[in-house]
Design a protein around this ligand. Structure first.
Ligand SMILES: Nc1nc2c(c(=O)[nH]1)N[C@@H](CN(C=O)c1ccc(C(=O)N[C@@H](CCC(=O)O)C(=O)O)cc1)CN2
Length: 286
């Protein structure tokens, strides 16, 4: 067997075309979706992700603005900036690029963003809404994963999904979204004993560990769907996932690559959330 590749880059292109039409229609109604991104410091990867967000906004007609703050900015100045954006009626979506410097409390920052403008879906109110199955902004990476599964009509209901990783940004919300889709979900993590006993019975395996090529074919059930959220930069500069792609591709039914898998979908779902925010804040059903 050789698994079908779920190409997040191509899916993103198709979704962005649809969103461009949606944004054009909104503009005719006088609504101009607007995203503001705050970038603290000059971490090259963060800068590149923020540039990617700006480019994707441009491609779909969404207005974007980047606020750059020095890495020495105080927590209170950052919070002030967020309050100002919360009060700015022209701004529909606010995002603070993570990670932040150590002297800034990330959770405090997330909780300061108005839940109605929290297009990252990180605010505890939006997490709570997601957990109770309410309509809300879904965290972009988990939302992208569910969208990738749906794009290939992969059955989720009744299937056993195993998530490796329990971060607030990926592991926990993706597990919850899979439960919302009626999967039976097992969450594994660094303290899980005998990881293979779980992964080998997974119909859907989501890997968000952060260790290059740690999951090889021996962890995977024949015919499984394998979603690789890992993004590991090797010494030679090459980007690789948590999944040993070549061996797992021989055993799985579907697999996401790195790069051009989940990563591009993270940005694309941010655009979806920004359009939703614009509709909601302008009272047009989002
Ligand atoms: N406020 C947020 N911060 C961070 C998030 C987030 O969703 N919100 N997620 C990550 C970074 N991230 C977006 O911000 C992100 C990561 C990766 C990609 C991507 O497209 N990756 C490419 C490869 C890019 C490369 O070569 O380096 C791919 O996988 O094909 C997009 C967005 C942490 N911070």
């Amino acid at each position: 067997m050789s698994a079908e590749i779920i190409n997040g880059k191509n899916l993103s292109l198709a979704l962005k075309e649809e969103m461009k039409k949606e944004v054009d229609a909104l503009k005719i109604d006088g609504i101009h979706p607007q995203l503001t991104v705050i970038l603290v410091g000059d971490h090259p990867a963060s800068r590149s992700y923020v540039n990617g967000k700006e480019k994707a906004c441009g491609e779909t007609g969404i207005g974007s603005h980047i606020i750059e703050l020095p890495k020495t900015v105080s927590e209170s100045d950052l919070l002030k900036e967020i309050h100002r954006l919360n009060d700015d009626a022209n701004v529909h979506g606010i995002l603070v690029q993570l990670p932040l410097p150590f002297h800034i409390n990330e959770q405090k920052v997330i909780e300061t963003i108005s839940p109605e403008k929290d297009v990252d879906g990180f605010h505890p109110i939006n997490i709570g809404r997601m957990m109770t199955g309410m309509d809300t902004y879904l965290s972009c990476t988990p939302y992208g994963i569910i969208t990738m599964l749906r794009s290939k009509n992969i059955s989720i209901a009744g299937k056993h999904a195993v998530v490796i990783g329990r971060s607030n940004i990926v592991g926990k919300p993706v597990a919850q979204l899979l439960i919302n889709e009626n999967a039976t979900v097992t969450t594994c993590h660094s303290k899980t004993e005998n990881l293979k006993q779980f992964t080998r019975i997974a119909d859907i395996l989501v890997v968000a560990v952060g260790k290059a090529n740690i999951i090889d074919a021996s962890y995977v059930k024949e015919g499984a769907t394998v979603i690789d959220v890992g993004m590991n930069r090797l010494e030679n500069g090459k980007l690789t996932g948590d999944v040993d792609f070549d061996s797992v591709q021989e055993k799985a039914s579907f697999i996401t690559p790195v790069p051009r898998g989940v990563g591009p979908m993270t940005i694309t779902m941010l655009l979806k959330n920004t359009i939703k925010a614009a509709r909601r804040l302008e009272n047009r059903e989002g």
